[in-house]
Design a protein around this ligand. Structure first.
Ligand code: PRX
Length: 634
């Protein structure tokens, strides 16, 4: 049985999967033939998981923007590449054809060069969801600069940490951003971040909201003025090695500060394209709408690079799902006749809560495929999505993947492989999952559970954590020998379908956003009077997980509500609003072992509302503290 680039039947999936395991190099080199390479690779794959050292398409030369833009110009010059829906539905949409997007990317690439940006330089991008964000990302890739996009909800401190870690020379931002009824002062946040970021020499500022901003002489320039200086927008693409860095994206781990996940040009391009075309069963002419923000990996891979490399029309949305009302997504689907909709379970759960009045009356008949990403989807939300949005005729792809994997690893393929509510189902071609127990022994057979690992590299696997390769090794490759450890737990049912159950480390998933408990604790501990804190997750109806903080406070506690508010504000200042604790409980002590380790297992159970069966507490230094915490539970 042979198979095509886009698998078209269960038999083709099985054949592609078999080939990908038996002959990974043959499989991926045939896939990679479908791209524009300036020079073909010398070796398909060179790898070990011990250092780790992973190289795909070694010796190959390319530029990803030639694959996303130039190569479509012959046949798709006038096809929309990006369709942009503004925050305010009364404002005008923007449509950029491939020809126009190509022009604007090349033009802005000149702006970057004119402002001293060179191949290999790191550029921090902190922007709202406007077309210029995609243009900035692609312009960096055009000239070989490494972009580090920071989500617009992060604080000045978080931006400064990321800028310093990557030693960025340039920041691209906007005066502000619209989010529903709010205006977010992005440039002012950047100004704060730059007080402690001396590596930054230039800030390019897009005017979006027209709020007043301070422009520092010699450092800050306006996007539009710089564009006006470009005489000739011709900009040949910088020819990159397959393993040259394409971007850094920071993500939370169980310890320390967020780490800069590094992805490289060739493998990332091949894998995001292959998975986009296959998982969603993209058809030429489709209107594809991914509701993520480009500040996260989903936006990088499945708003920008995957769809554009496939010559698709990708819809970018600036606003939020609940403004002006909770029918906004469905209105957009109706307005643009969206065929493929990709969103997060947290959005579905939130919109479910507003009732069907916001869905009824919208024409959703253009929809052919639905997708979810970012966290486990509960069966209730899955069925609501299936019944009311897909009208039971659209397959739902439950795509499991991570910032580190850069593309979907486990998912059903729309209409091709079987779906099962709340299950990511089967690995995509090229992906070899394995479940292991705590000792690292393989859990074989079906109807089992374990820690999810992957035993063979795929083209877009994490290459390193920026500036600290040892951290990459420790985090992902040291827990279990010769395996990539995902940090997730999973069940494998009798048919071999995977169901991802959630993180098994100290990482929370709040509304699909990844947040380390240690990060939140560090932020809380910065609040004056806080002696110590411990943060755990608990089930939350809409967010998936909520943040529960146990805090030891030394000082005046007359007004506990005011104090809690202050602590929440401190977290927002240090990390960003997404990390605000939902519940704060003041305690006199934390359950610790005699060696001083906090027993989070106990705190997690209490936060989850389980107060009777707390397991063994005899090894605690002070068992009495558990009673107090149980009694004070919020
Ligand atoms: O726990 C898994 C969860 O999100 C984590 C990765 O988060 P991040 O790197 O921010 O990337 C999110 C977008 C890909 C995973 O370790 N996760 C992601 N997708 C799913 C999921 N959990 C269950 N089902 C999914 N479909």
């Amino acid at each position: 049985m042979s198979y095509s680039y886009q698998v078209k039947s269960l038999e083709e999936y099985n054949a592609a999967y078999k080939k990908s395991v038996e002959d990974p190099e043959g499989f991926w080199s045939a896939i990679a033939e479908n791209f524009l390479w300036r020079k073909k690779w010398d070796k398909v794959l060179n790898w070990n998981f011990t250092e780790p050292s992973i190289k795909w398409f070694e010796g190959g030369k390319l530029n990803i923007t030639e694959n996303c833009l130039d190569r479509h110009l012959a046949t798709k010059a006038d096809q929309p590449a990006i369709v942009w829906e503004p925050n305010d539905p009364k404002d005008n949409k923007v449509v950029l054809t491939y020809k126009e997007l190509h022009f604007k990317v090349c033009q802005f690439a000149h702006v970057l060069k004119n402002n001293g940006v060179k191949k290999g330089d790191r550029v921090c991008i902190y922007m709202p969801m406007v077309p210029e964000l995609a243009i900035a990302v692609l312009a960096c890739a055009r000239i070989g600069a490494i972009h580090s996009v920071v989500f617009g909800g992060f604080s000045a401190q978080s931006i400064a940490d990321r800028i310093q870690d990557a030693q960025c020379s340039t920041v691209i931002t906007a005066d502000g951003g619209f989010r529903g009824s709010k205006v977010i002062p992005l440039k002012a946040v950047i100004d704060d971040a730059l007080i402690s970021s001396p590596s930054v020499k230039k800030v390019i500022v897009l005017s979006r909201t027209h709020i007043p901003v301070s422009m520092i002489n010699g450092r800050d320039v306006w996007w539009s003025e710089e564009i006006n200086k470009v005489q000739n927008a011709d900009c040949p693409a910088e020819i990159m090695d397959s393993e040259d860095m394409l971007f850094i994206l920071y993500t939370s781990g169980s310890t320390g500060k967020p780490k800069g996940v590094v992805h490289t040009c060739g493998g990332y391009m091949v894998y995001t394209n292959y998975t986009f075309v296959n998982v969603f069963q993209y058809q030429p002419g489709d209107i594809y709408f991914c509701t993520a923000d480009i500040g996260w990996i989903t936006g990088h891979s499945y708003i920008v690079y995957g769809p554009l490399s496939a010559g698709a029309t990708t819809l970018m949305f600036e606003g939020i799902p609940t403004w002006p009302d909770a029918g906004r997504f469905w209105e957009i689907v109706d307005k643009y006749k969206v065929n493929i909709l990709y969103t997060a379970p947290t959005a579905i759960r939130s919109l479910m809560g507003f009732g069907l009045d916001f869905v009824n009356g919208k024409n959703l008949s253009s929809l052919r495929v639905l997708g979810t990403v970012g966290e486990p989807i509960n069966e209730e939300a899955w069925h609501w999505y299936d019944d009311n949005i897909g009208k039971k005729k659209c397959p739902i792809v439950d795509t499991w993947w991570q910032t580190e994997t850069a593309g979907v690893l486990i998912s059903n393929i729309a209409g091709i492989t079987p779906q099962k509510p709340a299950h990511a189902t089967l690995p995509l071609p090229g992906i070899q999952p394995i479940l292991v127990d705590e000792k690292g022994d393989e859990v074989k057979g079906n109807g089992v559970s374990g820690n999810l690992c992957i035993k063979f590299p795929w083209p877009s696997i994490i290459r390193t954590t920026y500036g600290d390769h040892e951290r990459c090794r420790q985090n992902y490759f040291a827990t279990y020998k010769n395996l990539y450890f995902t940090g997730d737990g999973a069940l494998r049912d009798e048919q071999g379908n995977y169901r991802i159950t959630g993180r098994v480390d100290d990482v929370l998933n709040v509304s699909g956003h990844r947040i380390g408990t240690a990060e939140v604790e560090n932020a809380i501990n910065m609040h004056t009077g806080v002696v110590e804190s411990a943060v755990v997750g608990y089930p939350h109806d809409i967010k998936g997980q909520g943040i529960y903080a146990f805090v030891i406070f030394n000082g005046n506690m007359d007004d506990k509500e005011l104090l809690k508010h202050g602590i929440v504000q401190t977290v927002a200042k240090v990390i960003g609003a997404i990390a605000k604790p939902d519940k704060i409980q003041f305690v006199s002590g934390l359950p610790k072992t005699r060696s001083g380790k906090i027993m989070r297992r106990i705190l997690r159970k209490i936060a989850e509302g389980e107060t009777s069966n707390l397991g063994d507490t005899t090894t605690l230094l002070d068992p009495a503290v558990v009673e107090e915490i149980k009694n004070g539970r919020i």
